[in-house]
Write a protein that binds this ligand. Structure first.
Ligand code: NAP
Ligand code: 8YV
Length: 324
């Protein structure tokens, strides 16, 4: 339990106990989502709250919250993606926003490869086949293969590069699409996503959410990917036009998809759930105890460092660091 003169912060939603308990040791914590009258709580604490701990992607941190908390200095967000935080608006107001990069990179890259293999070799379907006793009546039909595939990565950032590195070990050619060519990699760069989709048969999206990536994987891109095409998405659901993807899967415009992220989580379209030729995961890219604890620790460390006057540890680019 923090002393009564500790800095006051707001938690916008539940966080894992590993992080929440540390916050309560160090700060006076107001749990916004538990308030019977959210606006009344915000009015009561407005002159005292200097920090926000934002957990998960469902509670937006935007101008309305900044207006309600005029003494706010820093938003520490859980996760590397921070599309639930209006970081541009925070930057305009001189507020710091931090996220949790790097500590989850390998975990999410591992999951992306697992999801790719599960999709190509139909691992969940094969498991169901055995459990349903069908092996006793005959072998599972032959599947498609990773052999001879070529992969285009959408968003070759920290996680995208870790995925590419793993794909090299599998002997697969890798290309990438992003807004700019990267000097430190030898993979083929495509300024045009549709051109890349036409040249590969496997797309792996690790791009962030937000306006600039909204629905960039659309009907035209899926058509270019073609009938042997596989889409794996571990970035954000909003990057893919989900309705166009469902149609492309129904019409066999592409072969299959492995999805860890969706447009309206945790709601997943019934049309996707009804399909047996896709693999669907409930946004578990970083969801190991090890990695979630590292992320929780970094969320805490950013707040502690800031309130000790040492600056934020991992500020996002939209919010230039300033002294308190
Ligand atoms: P990062 O290092 O910032 O990489 C993001 C990449 O996306 C960059 O290479 C960037 O390249 C590219 N990009 C940004 N805007 C783009 C646009 N409009 N069009 C095309 N490419 C664009 O981030 P990271 O650490 O690799 O994380 C990537 C994302 O993965 C996160 O933002 C999050 O949404 C997602 N994620 C998901 C899970 C999960 O559980 N499934 C876990 C962690 C992260 P350019 O700047 O050259 O365009
Ligand atoms: C988290 C993620 O599960 O880091 C991200 O961007 O998508 C995941 O690691 C998510 O942010 C927590 O809700």
């Amino acid at each position: 339990m923090a002393s009564s003169n500790a800095p006051e912060i707001v938690m916008t939603g539940p966080l894992m106990a590993y992080a929440a308990d540390q916050l309560k040791e160090r700060f006076v914590v107001h749990e916004l989502w538990k308030a019977a009258d959210r606006d009344a709580l915000l009015r009561e604490i407005a002159d005292r709250v200097r920090g926000v701990a934002a957990g998960g992607g469902h509670n937006r941190v935007d101008a309305a919250l900044f207006d309600a908390l005029p003494k706010l200095e820093i938003v520490s967000s859980f996760g590397v993606g921070y599309d639930h935080v209006d970081a541009a608006e925070a930057g305009r107001r001189g507020l710091i926003v931090t996220n949790t990069p790097d500590v989850l990179t390998d975990e999410v890259a591992d999951l992306a490869i697992g999801l790719l293999l599960a999709t190509v070799r139909q691992l969940p379907q094969v498991d169901r086949y055995l459990r349903e006793g069908k092996w006793l009546k005959g072998a599972y039909p032959l599947t498609t293969s990773l052999r001879k595939r070529s992969v285009g990565i959408v968003g070759l950032g920290r996680i995208g590069k870790a995925v590419a590195h793993r794909l090299e070990a599998f002997g697969l050619p890798v290309a990438y699409h992003g807004r700019s060519r990267q000097a430190d990699v030898a993979y083929r760069y495509y300024p045009s996503l549709i051109d890349m989709a036409a040249d590969v048969d496997t797309l792996i999206s690790v791009a962030p959410g937000g306006a600039s990536t909204h629905h960039i994987i659309n009907a035209e891109v899926l058509k270019a990917l073609g009938p042997n095409g596989i889409l794996v998405n571990v970035g954000r659901g909003t990057v893919v036009d989900e309705a166009a993807l469902i149609k492309a899967l129904q019409d066999k415009t592409i072969l299959s998809a492995g999805l860890d992220v969706f447009e309206d989580e945790p709601r997943v379209p019934a049309d996707l759930i009804a399909m047996d030729h896709v693999v669907l995961l409930p946004h578990v890219g970083s969801a190991s105890v090890h990695t979630r604890e590292q992320m929780g620790q970094l969320l805490v460390d950013n707040l502690v460092s800031w309130f000790e006057g040492k600056g934020p540890k991992t500020p996002v680019p939209e919010t230039p660091v300033r002294d308190r």
